[in-house]
Design a binder for this molecule. Structure first.
Ligand code: ZN
Length: 325
């Protein structure tokens, strides 16, 4: 299967108001910065590959995973502020909070859906946002409100693009354990979870989530390049081979959070920028070798250079996989 990478993005992903960046280490404009850098690095190739996200995810799409009660509660600013772990936002009027914070997340959620559809056709699609891997069907936490990956899976299944029993892989290399994904797919054993994370940071006490992971690789705080890449190289190929043995894997999601980077205030790992690039290159190579259509999402990353890491990885992947013409 030839690979024609697709980049999914819209400027509406960016949370550019409410002074949110003063409350949380998250660079709320990192998607815009990443896209600008990509434009500089990849130029014409990027234009050819970009699919513009067309709208935010709709309520009928959100309810494919989330309970109506949870979505109703998101109208309450205090509830949203608690889910975002930003208590001062509880004083912002509900409609403003929805417009400036939740709506961008719904745009990125739609982007993950479009990326999943594009991946099935082109082999590789990268949503420049999304990867809200702490969001659960009935609650939000860790700056994650909508379970975009689960919504994308159910959306493809609803429209018949992906059979209900299709085998799916979720590879999570964000520094934090993807507990929301575990809960969203708790009963769905067609989804296989690979998760390598700092075992000593949030979410520490979600035992039910950790028990759901098919291949769990908790790391010590401060883990550096050699050990990190070594464990990835010795575990991922075997995981992909074992789950694809009896039935083909029809789709893979790769959570490429950039918070394992040394100096990240929340990740607690010690990777260089070169190791992050090598990690992304290796994961995509493994998936393309096995001809598994792949969706990459950008997830966490809380240093001011997070956008740079994203843009550099995506540029590399475009150069590696995009054939001219
Ligand atoms: Zn993270």
């Amino acid at each position: 299967m030839p690979t024609h990478p697709r980049i999914i993005y819209a400027r509406q992903y960016n949370i550019s108001c409410l002074g949110i960046e003063r409350l949380h280490p998250f660079d709320s404009c990192k998607y815009r910065r990443a896209y600008r850098r990509l434009r500089r690095l990849a130029g014409r190739t990027l234009r050819r590959c970009t699919i513009a996200t067309d709208r935010p995810a709709r309520p009928d799409e959100l309810t494919l995973v989330h309970s109506p009660d949870y979505l109703r509660r998101l109208r309450d600013p205090r509830f949203v502020a608690a889910a975002l772990e930003l208590p001062p936002l509880g004083r912002v009027p509900g409609p403003a909070l929805d417009w400036f914070v939740l709506r961008p997340m719904r745009w990125a959620t739609r982007g993950t859906c479009l990326a999943a559809a594009a991946a099935l056709e082109s082999g590789l699609a990268i949503n420049l946002g999304g990867g809200f891997h702490h969001a659960k069907p009935t609650s939000g936490e860790g700056f994650c409100i909508y379970a975009d990956v689960a919504i994308a899976v159910r959306w493809l299944q609803r429209q018949g693009t992906l059979p209900a029993n299709a085998r799916i892989a979720h590879i999570d290399l964000d520094a934090h354990q993807g507990n929301g994904v575990c809960h969203a797919f708790r009963e769905d054993r067609n989804v296989f979870l690979f998760d390598m994370f700092n075992g000593a940071v949030y979410p520490l006490f979600d035992r039910a989530a950790r028990e759901r992971i098919d291949c769990s690789l908790p790391l010590q705080p401060g883990t550096g390049d050699e050990e990190y890449l070594g464990r990835l190289r010795e575990s991922l190929p075997g995981f992909l081979d074992s789950i694809g043995q009896s039935h083909p894997v029809r789709l893979a999601f790769y959570n490429a959070g950039t918070d394992p980077r040394a100096g990240d205030p929340l990740g607690g790992l010690d990777l260089t920028a070169e190791a992050i690039l090598e990690r992304d290159r290796f994961v995509i190579e493994q998936l393309r070798e096995r001809e598994i259509p792949t969706v990459m999402v950008t997830s966490g990353g809380y240093t001011s250079e997070s956008y740079r890491l994203i843009a550099d990885s995506v540029t590399h992947l475009l150069q590696r996989w995009e054939s001219p013409g």
